[in-house]
Design a protein around this ligand. Structure first.
Ligand SMILES: NC(=O)C1=CN([C@@H]2O[C@H](COP(=O)(O)OP(=O)(O)OC[C@H]3O[C@@H](n4cnc5c(N)ncnc54)[C@H](OP(=O)(O)O)[C@@H]3O)[C@@H](O)[C@H]2O)C=CC1
Ligand SMILES: O=CC(=O)O
Length: 326
């Protein structure tokens, strides 16, 4: 008998079609399915789940007695209650590495767009408001090259950001993570520092940690106050790693100069969120890894993890290896 899987928004079409040949696939596009009786019925039969950011918590797991593996189509796995999954011996996997460069490009793109005010000036040109041959100083941006960049979370993506900054833009790099990384320091001439030192000394700050109990709200009022008034803050991690209201206040009171945001406390972001009214805030809708090439690679890797788990092989990207019993 074919195994049953729930494929959850988003699994790229070729990957979905391949899974459909081998498994009974219940495909869900809507993110609001957790109370849907049909979803709960499918969940009660499923051996596997593959998808992006389905909140897998105790309540959901109570409806999933046959579940063997949850395969996230993302590297972040804050949507998974790992304690509950491990306690039940259910495997969980993610998709590291294949998205690293793409996310670093997004973060760097936000950084440059914010510093050079590209979306604002694009709008000015398109609105027919480019009146004089030489643009007025009120529309000048600030340099990126040769400035000081602080990276919070010097993991895979943090290092890919450092690579772009060091080799492409001659930036000085400060970093903060849980552990020091001598190889990274050597490769990018990077300097390890405390969070407070990084905040007060950097011209640009990129936050790219996972969302965990330790990082939730790690950047708030006190941290924004430590930043330079000319400082530009970029968040590529998760919305809840910062206190969003404190960012709004810091921008309103010119505590910092500008922000580039790919992630928000609530997603999709509420249309009346004050951040969306600010010219010095550049936003993207959580698209760090969203290129055709990378989304396909992520889906393929997630399917590979899922199939390994369902067929008695160790998935390459097991988040908690302790669930694997040889
Ligand atoms: N916007 C988007 O579309 C995307 C967002 N992301 C986000 O980026 C995150 C990072 O991904 P990736 O680089 O692959 O992950 P890694 O695990 O490779 O890196 C995470 C880094 O964060 C550091 N870190 C963890 N906890 C803390 C803490 N309490 N204080 C300071 N630093 C900490 C780690 O430190 P140490 O090395 O010392 O352990 C590590 O350097 C993901 O978890 C996800 O949330 C990822 C992809 C796309
Ligand atoms: O946000 C995306 C991820 O892969 O994590």
């Amino acid at each position: 008998m074919k195994k049953k899987i729930i494929a959850y928004n988003r699994v790229e079409t070729p990957v979905l079609e391949d899974l459909q040949k081998k498994y009974d696939v219940y495909f869900y596009k809507n993110i609001d399915t957790k109370t849907d009786p049909l979803f709960l019925e499918h969940l009660s039969e499923a051996q596997g789940i593959i998808g992006l950011e389905l909140e897998v918590d105790k309540e959901l797991l109570e409806h999933a007695p046959h579940l063997e593996i949850v395969s996230n189509v993302s590297v972040g796995h804050n949507n998974l209650d790992m304690e509950q999954l491990t306690e039940r011996g259910i495997m969980a996997t993610n998709t590291p590495d294949v998205l690293t460069d793409t996310v670093a490009d997004t973060v760097f793109g936000l950084l440059i767009s914010t510093a050079r005010r590209i979306p604002e000036l694009d709008q000015l040109v398109k609105n027919g408001e480019w009146k004089t041959e030489a643009i007025e100083p009120e529309y000048f941006g600030t340099d990126v090259h040769h400035k000081k960049l602080g990276i919070i979370g010097m993991g895979r993506i943090g290092q890919a950001i450092a690579q772009r900054a060091h080799f492409g833009f001659d930036m000085d790099i400060l970093y903060h993570s849980r552990t020091r990384k001598p190889d990274v320091e050597e490769k990018f001439s990077a300097t390890y520092c405390t969070l407070d030192e990084l905040l007060s000394e950097s011209d640009f700050i990129c936050l790219i940690t996972p969302l965990t109990p330790e990082t939730e709200g790690m950047i708030g009022k006190r941290e924004f106050q430590l930043m330079k008034k000319s400082g530009i803050f970029i968040n590529g991690s998760r919305g809840k790693t910062i206190v969003e209201q404190d960012l709004i206040d810091a921008l309103k009171t010119s505590e910092i100069a500008a922000a580039g945001l790919d992630v928000f406390e609530k997603e999709p972001v509420n249309a009346i969120n004050p951040l969306l009214q600010m010219k010095n805030v550049v936003t993207t809708p959580h698209i760090g890894s969203s290129t055709y090439e990378t989304e396909l690679k992520m889906s393929e890797l997630a399917a590979h993890n899922l199939e390994a788990g369902l067929n008695g092989r160790k998935p390459p990207n097991l988040i908690d290896e302790s669930v694997w019993k040889t």
